[in-house]
Design a protein around this ligand. Structure first.
Ligand SMILES: *Cc1c(COP(=O)(O)O)cnc(C)c1O
Ligand code: SF4
Length: 336
């Protein structure tokens, strides 16, 4: 008998992700007003240093109102310190410009090719290397992925295609389908990996059409999320993770260690616990790429090692992320 309390398998429809993307806050003054800190507007840098503010409203809703040290706010709010020149902080800190094999394809590591699929993101993270990368010229999705598909099809050493960016999930599902259709004959490619911050900052992106595409792929599927702090992972993110897992994806997370945001053992412990509750395993904890304008986020290696030692003492081994740094020219991410 069907009762009035029938457990609902039908969930509330998701907001349209393209609309949410268009609605992102781009005015730092509005961002500060929304989190109850209008007085901080006077302390914003006059210029955005060429890297505009961009934050989805759903992400802002997870910030603590009235807290200038909120770990989510600090990731997206421009600071005067971005204008500091710090020695060793440059425009192409990880040597990406030397590794471009075809339009938008980076082939630095054996068996894995990384496609710079998109030039933009749903959020602009102030610590990001993307601040200075000349993406407009290097997009794999240009010309219907033609050059990338040719390259991937010819190089039979490539087992895994990594979609990165920018953020590949700002592309339409149609566009993603063009790529995976194009790879149909390349039987040496057995795995697709997506690196994206959208499941966290814009979880409605993981909609039915996307999940249908993902689950139908004749490939192993890995989605690497990017969350830096447990407060980022609310119920909407947890639900997006469940949809990704239902579509057959293995879920991992990478974080960047950021001074003032997540450089404390409690926050990192809670992040790992919260990720696991969402069905996600911690993968990498990155030392910051030394990109101009980000030195105020840097955590010294000795302190970073100490933090990971505390995690190891507190958590099961599978919840301790690998602390790594990317070095130009290296054949893998370098453990610290
Ligand atoms: C980080 C990265 C990869 C992936 O490295 P994993 O250690 O397999 O996660 C592949 N290609 C490039 C260019 C990268 O920067
Ligand atoms: S590439 Fe990742 S870290 Fe950089 S701005 Fe985009 S979402 Fe943020």
């Amino acid at each position: 008998m069907i009762t009035a309390n029938e457990p609902s398998t039908q969930r509330k429809p998701l907001p349209d992700w393209r609309q949410s993307l268009r609605d992102a806050v781009t005015d730092p003054g509005e961002l500060l007003a929304l989190v109850g800190l209008p007085q901080l507007a006077a302390r914003l840098p006059a210029a955005d240093a060429g890297f505009a503010v961009k934050v989805p409203r759903g992400f802002i809703a997870r910030m603590r109102c009235g807290d200038p040290h909120d770990p989510l706010l600090l990731q997206v709010l421009p600071q005067l310190a971005e204008l500091d020149e710090a020695p060793g902080f440059t425009d192409d800190a990880v040597g990406d410009l030397d590794a471009v094999a075809a339009h938008g394809m980076l082939h630095k590591y054996e068996g894995r090719a990384l496609l710079i699929a998109a030039g933009s993101c749903a959020v602009n993270c102030r610590y990001c290397f993307r601040r200075h990368f000349p993406y407009a010229e290097e997009l794999a999705a240009a010309h219907a992925w033609r050059e990338a598909i040719d390259c991937l099809s010819k190089d039979t050493s490539i087992r895994e295609v990594i979609l990165s960016g920018g953020d590949p999930l700002v592309l339409s599902t149609h566009k993603l389908t063009d790529l995976t259709d194009g790879l149909h004959g390349a039987s040496h490619v057995i795995r697709v990996r997506i690196h994206s911050r959208l499941p966290v900052v814009l979880p409605e992106r993981i909609d039915d059409a996307f999940c249908a595409w993902l689950s139908a792929l004749p490939l192993q599927r890995v989605v690497v999320l990017h969350a830096n702090h447990p407060n980022e992972l609310d119920a909407s993110v947890e639900a997006a993770c469940a949809r990704l897992r239902d579509a057959g994806a293995t879920l991992l997370n990478q974080s960047v260690l950021l001074r003032g945001v997540n450089d404390d053992a409690d926050a990192l412990t809670r992040l790992s616990e919260r990720l696991f509750a969402c069905g996600v395993l911690p993968y990498y904890l990155h030392q910051l790429d030394r990109v101009r304008g980000t030195s105020h986020f840097e955590v010294a290696d000795a302190r970073a090692r100490g933090l990971v030692d505390s995690l190891r003492a507190r958590l099961p081994g599978y919840l301790v992320p690998r602390l790594v740094r990317e070095l130009p020219g290296a054949n893998a991410k370098r453990p610290i």
